[in-house]
Design a protein around this ligand. Structure first.
Ligand SMILES: NC(=O)c1ccc[n+]([C@@H]2O[C@H](COP(=O)([O-])OP(=O)(O)OC[C@H]3O[C@@H](n4cnc5c(N)ncnc54)[C@H](O)[C@@H]3O)[C@@H](O)[C@H]2O)c1
Length: 313
């Protein structure tokens, strides 16, 4: 069946790859990319693009009507490290864009929503290892507070108004096609670039900071899989825990050394260390596995091989 998809924040780290993946699945003409800035040449050339501010309801409503949009993927947000610098701007962007999309669905102008949450919804009082789906959530970052509030609103709109909204708590995402956009796990992308370019990396987290991570292909696969699942099987309407691997800077550096023996890492923790310390080090995603068959393809070894292989050229 033909469907029309709108991606908000399509030029970012995830949005770019998601746009390509959805265009591959549904056809270039069915997937409209949008952002407040232009994206890569490939992205701009592969289908329709709209300059669109996700916090502007009127323009959003117009674009949705013009393209007869069925599904919206809301990828526009301010990420954890940047949000600590601009708390109010982060809150306004992260919440208002979500309300706009939820209200479009409530008013039956669109049928389905994908909105990403994050491991940042957890906080210092959350059990750190194998963090359960339902547990203590007292986020201590601006970003985490906005994501946790967002989850509650998604759940509310689903139960109160029947809105079909689906969400994943992404871990830190590792990609070679696009650069990360101001998060606390950005080091796990930078390290590959620097290992190849300079043979050394100065890490902004300390060596033992273990965090949940995922290769981008797995994140895109999970997103498409969740969106394709029959509505009755999507039991969690706040956001699903999602996991693939967990490692520390020391462990990823060790892994890179197996390919580049002369690689050296040094540590100079900055304000992002506090953010990382408040997050889990591993995630229990059994609910996602049970409800819609989630299974990751990439571990750290495979990720390192693909990252170095693709960035080398
Ligand atoms: N990358 C990760 O590791 C990660 C982890 C967990 C959750 N997430 C979530 O996934 C989503 C996408 O993250 P990302 O890493 O691609 O972020 P990103 O910063 O790389 O991209 C965000 C995009 O949104 C755009 N944008 C900003 N303000 C906008 C506005 N008002 N209207 C429209 N577009 C706007 C930016 O120009 C940018 O292209 C976010 O909700 C983020 O919180 C990301």
């Amino acid at each position: 069946m033909h469907k029309s998809i709108l991606i908000l924040g399509a030029c970012g780290q995830i949005g770019t790859e998601l746009t390509f993946a959805l265009r591959e699945t549904y056809g270039n003409e069915s997937v409209i990319a949008s952002d407040i800035r232009e994206g890569s040449e490939n992205l701009m050339d592969s289908g329709s693009f709209e300059l669109l501010d996700a916090t502007d309801y009127d323009v959003l409503e117009e674009v949705v009507a013009y393209y007869e949009i069925d599904e919206v993927y809301l990828m526009a947000a301010m990420l954890s490290a940047t949000a600590e610098k601009f708390p109010e701007r982060a809150w306004n962007l992260n919440m208002n864009s979500l309300f706009n999309v939820l209200n479009l669905a409530k008013d039956k102008k669109i049928k389905k929503i994908f909105w990403p949450s994050s491991i940042a919804v957890f906080g210092p009082n959350t059990p750190k290892t194998n963090t359960p789906q339902n547990t203590i959530m007292e986020p201590s970052t601006v970003y985490g507070i906005s994501k946790q509030s967002g989850e509650r609103w998604c759940d509310y709109y689903h139960h109160k108004f029947g809105v079909d909204v689906r969400s994943l708590r992404y871990p830190g995402l590792i990609s070679w096609k696009t650069q990360p956009g101001g998060g606390t796990t950005d080091y796990a992308v930078e390290i590959y670039h620097k290992a190849l370019a300079e043979g050394a990396y100065g890490c902004f987290l300390n060596e033992d900071t273990k965090l949940p991570m995922m290769f981008m292909d797995d994140a895109i696969k999970a997103t498409q899989q969740l969106m394709a699942t029959e509505a009755e099987k999507v039991k969690v309407r706040s956001s699903y825990n999602l996991s693939a691997m967990s490692f520390s800077p020391k462990e990823i550096a060790q892994n890179i050394k197996e390919h580049i023996p002369e690689f050296e890492i040094s540590y100079k923790p900055d304000f992002r260390q506090d953010i990382a310390d408040s997050w889990p080090n591993s995630i229990d995603d059994s609910k996602a596995r049970q409800d819609w068959g989630w299974e990751p393809d990439f571990d750290l070894e495979k990720t390192t091989k693909v990252m170095l292989g693709n960035l080398k050229t």
